[in-house]
Design a protein around this ligand. Structure first.
Ligand SMILES: [Zn+2]
Length: 411
Protein backbone atom coordinates (compact mmCIF):
# COMPACT_ATOMS: atom_id res chain seq x y z
CA UNK A 1 0.00 0.00 0.00
CA UNK A 2 0.95 3.63 -0.33
CA UNK A 3 1.23 5.94 2.61
CA UNK A 4 1.76 9.66 2.77
CA UNK A 5 3.75 11.46 5.42
CA UNK A 6 3.35 15.20 5.59
CA UNK A 7 6.00 17.05 7.56
CA UNK A 8 6.83 20.69 8.03
CA UNK A 9 10.29 21.69 6.83
CA UNK A 10 12.77 24.34 7.85
CA UNK A 11 14.29 25.51 4.58
CA UNK A 12 17.20 27.94 4.50
CA UNK A 13 16.70 31.30 2.77
CA UNK A 14 18.48 29.94 -0.28
CA UNK A 15 16.17 26.93 -0.37
CA UNK A 16 13.10 29.13 0.09
CA UNK A 17 14.16 31.17 -2.95
CA UNK A 18 14.59 28.04 -5.02
CA UNK A 19 11.28 26.56 -3.84
CA UNK A 20 9.46 29.78 -4.74
CA UNK A 21 11.18 29.83 -8.11
CA UNK A 22 10.09 26.24 -8.70
CA UNK A 23 6.48 27.11 -7.86
CA UNK A 24 6.67 29.86 -10.43
CA UNK A 25 8.35 27.78 -13.13
CA UNK A 26 6.02 24.79 -12.80
CA UNK A 27 3.05 27.12 -12.96
CA UNK A 28 4.59 28.80 -16.02
CA UNK A 29 5.14 25.54 -17.88
CA UNK A 30 1.67 24.28 -16.96
CA UNK A 31 0.12 27.41 -18.43
CA UNK A 32 2.35 27.26 -21.51
CA UNK A 33 1.55 23.62 -22.21
CA UNK A 34 -2.13 24.18 -21.58
CA UNK A 35 -2.12 27.11 -23.95
CA UNK A 36 -0.38 24.98 -26.58
CA UNK A 37 -3.00 22.25 -26.24
CA UNK A 38 -5.85 24.71 -26.47
CA UNK A 39 -4.39 26.35 -29.58
CA UNK A 40 -3.84 23.00 -31.24
CA UNK A 41 -7.38 22.01 -30.45
CA UNK A 42 -8.73 25.24 -31.89
CA UNK A 43 -6.84 24.81 -35.15
CA UNK A 44 -7.45 21.09 -35.61
CA UNK A 45 -10.91 21.05 -34.09
CA UNK A 46 -12.52 17.65 -34.08
CA UNK A 47 -10.14 16.14 -36.57
CA UNK A 48 -9.34 13.24 -34.30
CA UNK A 49 -6.62 11.58 -36.32
CA UNK A 50 -4.45 14.64 -36.58
CA UNK A 51 -5.18 15.48 -32.94
CA UNK A 52 -3.87 12.10 -31.86
CA UNK A 53 -0.89 12.31 -34.15
CA UNK A 54 0.09 15.77 -32.96
CA UNK A 55 3.37 15.86 -31.04
CA UNK A 56 3.27 18.36 -28.25
CA UNK A 57 6.40 20.11 -27.05
CA UNK A 58 8.02 18.56 -24.01
CA UNK A 59 9.64 20.27 -21.08
CA UNK A 60 13.00 19.88 -22.85
CA UNK A 61 11.79 21.96 -25.81
CA UNK A 62 10.50 24.62 -23.49
CA UNK A 63 13.78 24.67 -21.63
CA UNK A 64 15.62 25.64 -24.81
CA UNK A 65 13.18 28.43 -25.37
CA UNK A 66 13.07 29.71 -21.80
CA UNK A 67 16.49 29.38 -20.27
CA UNK A 68 15.38 30.20 -16.74
CA UNK A 69 13.61 26.84 -16.59
CA UNK A 70 17.00 25.11 -16.31
CA UNK A 71 17.53 26.65 -12.90
CA UNK A 72 15.01 24.35 -11.28
CA UNK A 73 14.69 20.59 -11.04
CA UNK A 74 13.73 18.99 -14.34
CA UNK A 75 11.84 16.34 -12.40
CA UNK A 76 9.41 19.00 -11.20
CA UNK A 77 8.81 20.14 -14.79
CA UNK A 78 8.36 16.58 -15.94
CA UNK A 79 5.75 15.84 -13.24
CA UNK A 80 3.88 18.98 -14.20
CA UNK A 81 3.57 17.76 -17.78
CA UNK A 82 2.43 14.35 -16.55
CA UNK A 83 -0.13 15.99 -14.26
CA UNK A 84 -1.51 17.96 -17.18
CA UNK A 85 -1.74 14.85 -19.35
CA UNK A 86 -3.44 13.01 -16.51
CA UNK A 87 -5.92 15.85 -16.01
CA UNK A 88 -6.81 15.74 -19.71
CA UNK A 89 -7.13 11.98 -19.66
CA UNK A 90 -9.48 12.11 -16.67
CA UNK A 91 -11.60 14.79 -18.32
CA UNK A 92 -11.91 12.75 -21.53
CA UNK A 93 -12.67 9.56 -19.63
CA UNK A 94 -15.52 11.28 -17.86
CA UNK A 95 -16.72 12.73 -21.13
CA UNK A 96 -16.76 9.27 -22.71
CA UNK A 97 -18.90 7.98 -19.87
CA UNK A 98 -21.31 10.83 -20.47
CA UNK A 99 -20.54 12.49 -17.14
CA UNK A 100 -20.11 16.16 -16.40
CA UNK A 101 -16.53 17.22 -16.67
CA UNK A 102 -14.19 20.17 -16.38
CA UNK A 103 -11.05 20.62 -18.44
CA UNK A 104 -7.73 21.73 -16.94
CA UNK A 105 -7.57 25.42 -16.13
CA UNK A 106 -4.80 28.00 -16.10
CA UNK A 107 -3.01 28.28 -12.78
CA UNK A 108 -2.69 31.53 -10.94
CA UNK A 109 -0.29 32.81 -8.32
CA UNK A 110 -3.11 32.73 -5.81
CA UNK A 111 -3.87 29.04 -6.24
CA UNK A 112 -2.25 26.02 -4.64
CA UNK A 113 1.51 26.22 -4.49
CA UNK A 114 3.09 22.82 -4.93
CA UNK A 115 5.40 20.76 -7.07
CA UNK A 116 6.17 17.07 -7.11
CA UNK A 117 9.38 15.19 -7.77
CA UNK A 118 9.54 11.45 -8.42
CA UNK A 119 12.31 9.46 -6.81
CA UNK A 120 14.55 8.42 -9.70
CA UNK A 121 17.91 6.73 -9.17
CA UNK A 122 17.55 7.15 -5.43
CA UNK A 123 18.02 10.89 -5.79
CA UNK A 124 15.62 11.44 -2.91
CA UNK A 125 16.87 9.90 0.30
CA UNK A 126 17.52 10.62 3.94
CA UNK A 127 20.98 11.94 4.72
CA UNK A 128 20.31 11.61 8.41
CA UNK A 129 17.21 11.25 10.57
CA UNK A 130 15.77 14.64 9.76
CA UNK A 131 17.56 15.71 6.59
CA UNK A 132 15.99 14.79 3.29
CA UNK A 133 18.01 15.10 0.13
CA UNK A 134 15.99 16.50 -2.78
CA UNK A 135 17.08 17.20 -6.37
CA UNK A 136 18.57 20.71 -6.68
CA UNK A 137 17.51 21.61 -3.15
CA UNK A 138 20.08 19.34 -1.52
CA UNK A 139 19.57 18.62 2.18
CA UNK A 140 16.28 19.93 3.51
CA UNK A 141 15.75 19.89 7.27
CA UNK A 142 12.49 18.36 8.49
CA UNK A 143 11.07 19.53 11.79
CA UNK A 144 10.80 15.88 12.85
CA UNK A 145 10.57 12.40 11.41
CA UNK A 146 7.17 10.71 11.96
CA UNK A 147 7.67 7.81 14.31
CA UNK A 148 5.86 5.37 12.03
CA UNK A 149 7.82 6.41 8.96
CA UNK A 150 8.82 3.50 6.76
CA UNK A 151 8.83 2.24 3.20
CA UNK A 152 10.42 3.13 -0.09
CA UNK A 153 10.14 6.77 -1.08
CA UNK A 154 8.19 7.04 -4.35
CA UNK A 155 7.88 10.77 -4.67
CA UNK A 156 8.00 13.97 -2.69
CA UNK A 157 5.68 16.96 -3.02
CA UNK A 158 6.88 20.30 -1.72
CA UNK A 159 4.04 22.66 -0.87
CA UNK A 160 3.26 25.90 0.83
CA UNK A 161 0.26 26.20 3.09
CA UNK A 162 -0.58 29.20 5.23
CA UNK A 163 2.86 30.63 4.58
CA UNK A 164 4.70 27.52 5.75
CA UNK A 165 6.56 24.91 3.76
CA UNK A 166 5.87 21.20 3.89
CA UNK A 167 7.00 18.03 2.23
CA UNK A 168 4.57 15.24 1.58
CA UNK A 169 6.49 12.00 1.20
CA UNK A 170 4.75 9.18 -0.63
CA UNK A 171 6.04 5.78 0.43
CA UNK A 172 5.39 2.27 -0.77
CA UNK A 173 5.05 -0.19 2.08
CA UNK A 174 4.62 -3.95 1.97
CA UNK A 175 1.07 -4.80 2.94
CA UNK A 176 2.32 -7.40 5.39
CA UNK A 177 4.28 -4.75 7.23
CA UNK A 178 1.30 -2.59 8.06
CA UNK A 179 -1.19 -5.32 8.95
CA UNK A 180 -2.63 -5.06 12.43
CA UNK A 181 -4.66 -7.45 14.55
CA UNK A 182 -8.31 -6.46 14.70
CA UNK A 183 -9.86 -6.48 18.15
CA UNK A 184 -13.49 -6.98 17.11
CA UNK A 185 -15.56 -8.66 14.39
CA UNK A 186 -18.62 -6.46 14.26
CA UNK A 187 -20.65 -5.33 11.28
CA UNK A 188 -21.54 -1.72 11.80
CA UNK A 189 -23.65 0.73 9.87
CA UNK A 190 -22.54 4.33 10.05
CA UNK A 191 -24.77 7.35 9.58
CA UNK A 192 -23.16 10.72 8.93
CA UNK A 193 -25.11 13.38 10.68
CA UNK A 194 -25.47 17.05 11.31
CA UNK A 195 -25.91 17.03 15.05
CA UNK A 196 -23.45 14.23 15.65
CA UNK A 197 -20.55 13.54 13.35
CA UNK A 198 -21.32 9.85 13.13
CA UNK A 199 -23.79 7.48 14.72
CA UNK A 200 -23.27 3.74 14.51
CA UNK A 201 -25.83 0.96 14.46
CA UNK A 202 -24.49 -0.29 17.79
CA UNK A 203 -25.65 2.96 19.31
CA UNK A 204 -22.33 4.74 19.54
CA UNK A 205 -22.79 8.44 19.10
CA UNK A 206 -19.58 10.29 18.42
CA UNK A 207 -20.17 13.92 19.02
CA UNK A 208 -16.71 15.28 19.68
CA UNK A 209 -16.25 17.10 16.39
CA UNK A 210 -18.43 20.07 17.07
CA UNK A 211 -16.79 20.59 20.43
CA UNK A 212 -13.38 20.16 18.89
CA UNK A 213 -14.02 22.82 16.30
CA UNK A 214 -16.35 25.17 18.07
CA UNK A 215 -13.79 27.06 20.11
CA UNK A 216 -11.34 27.51 17.29
CA UNK A 217 -14.12 28.60 14.93
CA UNK A 218 -15.16 31.24 17.41
CA UNK A 219 -11.60 32.54 17.54
CA UNK A 220 -11.35 32.54 13.75
CA UNK A 221 -14.49 34.66 13.43
CA UNK A 222 -13.15 37.11 16.00
CA UNK A 223 -9.75 37.31 14.34
CA UNK A 224 -11.33 37.85 10.93
CA UNK A 225 -13.23 40.78 12.31
CA UNK A 226 -10.08 42.22 13.81
CA UNK A 227 -8.27 41.79 10.51
CA UNK A 228 -10.88 43.73 8.59
CA UNK A 229 -10.38 46.69 10.93
CA UNK A 230 -6.62 46.88 10.34
CA UNK A 231 -5.18 49.23 7.76
CA UNK A 232 -4.08 47.58 4.52
CA UNK A 233 -0.35 47.10 4.25
CA UNK A 234 0.24 47.83 7.93
CA UNK A 235 2.47 45.76 10.18
CA UNK A 236 -0.42 45.02 12.53
CA UNK A 237 -2.47 43.66 9.69
CA UNK A 238 0.37 41.37 8.67
CA UNK A 239 0.73 40.14 12.25
CA UNK A 240 -3.00 39.53 12.44
CA UNK A 241 -3.00 37.68 9.14
CA UNK A 242 -0.23 35.42 10.35
CA UNK A 243 -2.11 34.62 13.55
CA UNK A 244 -5.22 33.87 11.55
CA UNK A 245 -3.47 31.48 9.21
CA UNK A 246 -1.95 29.60 12.13
CA UNK A 247 -5.45 29.25 13.57
CA UNK A 248 -6.64 27.72 10.30
CA UNK A 249 -3.69 25.39 10.38
CA UNK A 250 -4.50 24.38 13.96
CA UNK A 251 -8.10 23.67 12.97
CA UNK A 252 -7.05 21.43 10.09
CA UNK A 253 -4.60 19.52 12.27
CA UNK A 254 -7.09 19.08 15.06
CA UNK A 255 -9.71 17.80 12.67
CA UNK A 256 -7.42 15.36 10.93
CA UNK A 257 -6.16 14.03 14.28
CA UNK A 258 -9.75 13.40 15.32
CA UNK A 259 -10.61 11.72 12.03
CA UNK A 260 -7.59 9.41 12.05
CA UNK A 261 -8.38 8.17 15.52
CA UNK A 262 -12.04 7.66 14.70
CA UNK A 263 -11.15 5.73 11.55
CA UNK A 264 -8.77 3.61 13.58
CA UNK A 265 -11.44 2.98 16.21
CA UNK A 266 -14.02 1.83 13.64
CA UNK A 267 -11.65 -0.39 11.66
CA UNK A 268 -10.22 -1.96 14.77
CA UNK A 269 -13.60 -3.12 16.05
CA UNK A 270 -15.35 -4.20 12.86
CA UNK A 271 -14.93 -6.59 9.99
CA UNK A 272 -17.34 -4.55 7.92
CA UNK A 273 -18.13 -0.85 8.14
CA UNK A 274 -21.16 0.09 6.06
CA UNK A 275 -21.52 3.68 4.90
CA UNK A 276 -23.59 5.61 2.42
CA UNK A 277 -21.85 6.88 -0.68
CA UNK A 278 -21.49 10.60 -0.19
CA UNK A 279 -21.95 11.36 -3.87
CA UNK A 280 -25.46 10.04 -3.61
CA UNK A 281 -26.31 10.89 -0.07
CA UNK A 282 -24.28 13.95 0.76
CA UNK A 283 -25.90 16.11 -1.85
CA UNK A 284 -29.29 15.69 -0.28
CA UNK A 285 -28.10 16.69 3.12
CA UNK A 286 -26.06 19.53 1.71
CA UNK A 287 -28.85 22.05 1.81
CA UNK A 288 -29.19 21.96 5.55
CA UNK A 289 -25.52 21.82 6.44
CA UNK A 290 -24.16 23.87 9.24
CA UNK A 291 -20.77 25.43 8.89
CA UNK A 292 -19.25 22.82 11.19
CA UNK A 293 -20.06 19.85 9.08
CA UNK A 294 -19.55 20.07 5.38
CA UNK A 295 -19.39 17.22 2.91
CA UNK A 296 -15.69 17.82 2.75
CA UNK A 297 -15.34 16.92 6.41
CA UNK A 298 -17.13 13.66 5.68
CA UNK A 299 -15.26 12.82 2.52
CA UNK A 300 -11.84 13.40 4.08
CA UNK A 301 -13.01 11.09 6.83
CA UNK A 302 -14.07 8.42 4.35
CA UNK A 303 -10.62 8.64 2.73
CA UNK A 304 -8.99 8.04 6.08
CA UNK A 305 -11.39 5.20 6.83
CA UNK A 306 -10.50 3.45 3.57
CA UNK A 307 -6.84 3.99 4.26
CA UNK A 308 -7.05 2.48 7.73
CA UNK A 309 -9.20 -0.41 6.55
CA UNK A 310 -6.21 -1.84 4.66
CA UNK A 311 -4.25 -2.15 7.87
CA UNK A 312 -6.98 -4.03 9.70
CA UNK A 313 -8.40 -5.96 6.73
CA UNK A 314 -11.72 -4.29 7.35
CA UNK A 315 -14.23 -4.07 4.54
CA UNK A 316 -15.61 -0.59 3.91
CA UNK A 317 -18.89 -1.22 2.11
CA UNK A 318 -20.54 1.69 0.33
CA UNK A 319 -24.22 1.79 -0.44
CA UNK A 320 -23.92 3.34 -3.85
CA UNK A 321 -27.47 4.27 -4.58
CA UNK A 322 -30.32 6.10 -2.97
CA UNK A 323 -31.71 4.28 0.01
CA UNK A 324 -34.26 5.82 2.42
CA UNK A 325 -32.22 5.10 5.53
CA UNK A 326 -33.67 7.89 7.65
CA UNK A 327 -37.28 7.52 6.62
CA UNK A 328 -37.53 3.75 7.03
CA UNK A 329 -38.41 1.99 10.25
CA UNK A 330 -35.58 -0.38 11.12
CA UNK A 331 -38.00 -2.75 12.84
CA UNK A 332 -40.86 -3.23 10.40
CA UNK A 333 -39.64 -1.54 7.23
CA UNK A 334 -42.46 0.98 6.97
CA UNK A 335 -41.57 4.27 5.32
CA UNK A 336 -42.40 7.52 7.04
CA UNK A 337 -42.63 10.20 4.39
CA UNK A 338 -43.33 13.11 6.70
CA UNK A 339 -40.21 12.76 8.82
CA UNK A 340 -38.74 16.20 9.36
CA UNK A 341 -35.22 17.17 10.38
CA UNK A 342 -36.45 18.34 13.76
CA UNK A 343 -37.79 14.89 14.68
CA UNK A 344 -34.95 13.55 16.79
CA UNK A 345 -36.83 10.42 17.79
CA UNK A 346 -38.13 7.89 15.30
CA UNK A 347 -41.59 6.70 16.29
CA UNK A 348 -43.38 4.04 14.30
CA UNK A 349 -46.87 2.56 14.42
CA UNK A 350 -45.34 -0.85 15.05
CA UNK A 351 -44.17 0.38 18.42
CA UNK A 352 -40.55 1.11 17.53
CA UNK A 353 -39.19 4.19 19.20
CA UNK A 354 -35.53 5.00 18.86
CA UNK A 355 -33.08 7.77 18.10
CA UNK A 356 -33.43 8.87 14.50
CA UNK A 357 -29.73 8.57 13.66
CA UNK A 358 -29.42 5.12 15.22
CA UNK A 359 -32.48 4.05 13.23
CA UNK A 360 -30.74 5.24 10.06
CA UNK A 361 -27.50 3.50 10.98
CA UNK A 362 -29.32 0.21 11.63
CA UNK A 363 -30.99 0.51 8.23
CA UNK A 364 -27.63 1.03 6.58
CA UNK A 365 -26.29 -2.05 8.30
CA UNK A 366 -29.36 -4.08 7.35
CA UNK A 367 -28.95 -3.06 3.73
CA UNK A 368 -25.55 -4.70 3.75
CA UNK A 369 -26.81 -7.84 5.48
CA UNK A 370 -29.61 -8.29 2.94
CA UNK A 371 -27.75 -7.30 -0.19
CA UNK A 372 -24.26 -8.60 0.23
CA UNK A 373 -24.01 -12.25 -0.71
CA UNK A 374 -20.90 -12.78 1.35
CA UNK A 375 -22.88 -12.18 4.48
CA UNK A 376 -25.29 -15.10 4.12
CA UNK A 377 -23.59 -17.04 6.86
CA UNK A 378 -23.89 -14.31 9.39
CA UNK A 379 -27.43 -13.06 9.13
CA UNK A 380 -27.80 -12.60 12.83
CA UNK A 381 -30.19 -9.78 12.02
CA UNK A 382 -30.80 -7.76 15.06
CA UNK A 383 -34.07 -6.44 13.82
CA UNK A 384 -36.10 -4.87 16.57
CA UNK A 385 -33.37 -5.33 19.07
CA UNK A 386 -33.14 -2.61 21.66
CA UNK A 387 -30.16 -0.40 20.91
CA UNK A 388 -29.34 2.08 23.61
CA UNK A 389 -27.39 5.15 22.62
CA UNK A 390 -23.94 5.43 24.11
CA UNK A 391 -22.15 8.73 23.91
CA UNK A 392 -18.50 8.46 23.09
CA UNK A 393 -16.28 11.40 23.62
CA UNK A 394 -12.86 11.87 22.17
CA UNK A 395 -9.95 12.22 24.51
CA UNK A 396 -7.65 14.44 22.56
CA UNK A 397 -4.62 13.68 24.68
CA UNK A 398 -4.93 9.93 24.80
CA UNK A 399 -6.36 9.68 21.31
CA UNK A 400 -9.08 7.25 22.39
CA UNK A 401 -12.84 7.18 22.40
CA UNK A 402 -14.41 6.54 25.76
CA UNK A 403 -17.91 6.55 27.16
CA UNK A 404 -18.93 10.04 28.10
CA UNK A 405 -18.92 10.59 31.85
CA UNK A 406 -22.18 12.44 31.81
CA UNK A 407 -24.67 10.29 29.91
CA UNK A 408 -27.38 12.93 30.19
CA UNK A 409 -28.18 12.67 26.50
CA UNK A 410 -28.32 8.89 26.47
CA UNK A 411 -31.67 7.09 26.51
ZN1 LIG B 1 -42.09 0.16 12.39
Amino acid sequence: MYKRFKVKIKPTQEQVDLIEKTFGCTRFIWNQMLNERQTVYESLGNNRESLYAHKYLTEKDYKQQYLFLSEISSYALQSTRKDLQEAYKKAFDRLKKGKKTGFPKFKSKKGKQAFRMPNVHNEIRFLDNTTLKLPKLKGVRLTYLPKNFKGEIQSVTVKKEHGKYYVSILCKIDDAEVKKERSGDGITGVDFGLKNFITTSTGDVIYGLKNVLYDVDKRIVKMNRALSRKKKGSKRREKCRRKLSSLYEYKTNRLSHFQWHLANHLCNENQVVVIEDLNVRGMQKLRSLSRFVSTQVWSTFVNKLENKSVEYDTDVYKIDRFYPSSKMCSKCGAIKEDLSLSDRQYECECGASLDRDINAAINIRNYYLVNDKKSEDHIDYRRGEEVRPRELSFDNFQGIFCEALNPALAG
